[in-house]
Design a binder for this molecule. Sequence first.
Ligand code: THU
Length: 155
Amino acid sequence: MSIPMRSYQWDELTDEQRAVVEIAKEQTKHSYCPYSHFHVGAAAKLANGVVIRGCNQENAAYPSGLCAERSALFAAGAQYPDQPVTMLAIACYTDGHFTKEPGSPCGACRQVMLETEHRYGGKMEVLLYGDNETYVFDSAADLLPLIFVSENLKG
Ligand code: THU
């Protein structure tokens, strides 16, 4: 099974993609990560054009923290429950610079990204920023084959 991922240089991205990635990069500054020192920023663009910002939020009780992607997607669902998410960008910053290679969403975030697509019945373009290249996926589903979704609960 191959993953339909494309790699782009910064100047090959569209203006819209670059704008959303820039917000994800900016958001790394607001990450609360006193334990990992790994700053992750996320930006979720909605169908109405609004961009919801997220970043990782850590906690001394480690599992209580939350990743950047889910913080953005849950904020979007809370503030704009009727708006599909059309694009999600993430960027990672550590040791004084953005990571050279794109950051990769954890399994739990992929599951939430996928449920967000199913919830609104449309695809969410996913942009993973790295200083060397940016990965682009047409759909969150491309990041999680053999998915578990609500239909599976029906047996
Ligand atoms: N993190 C994210 O925000 N997104 C991911 O997809 C991977 C990991 C955060 C969680 C934790 O605060 C830090 O990065 C180190 O794992």
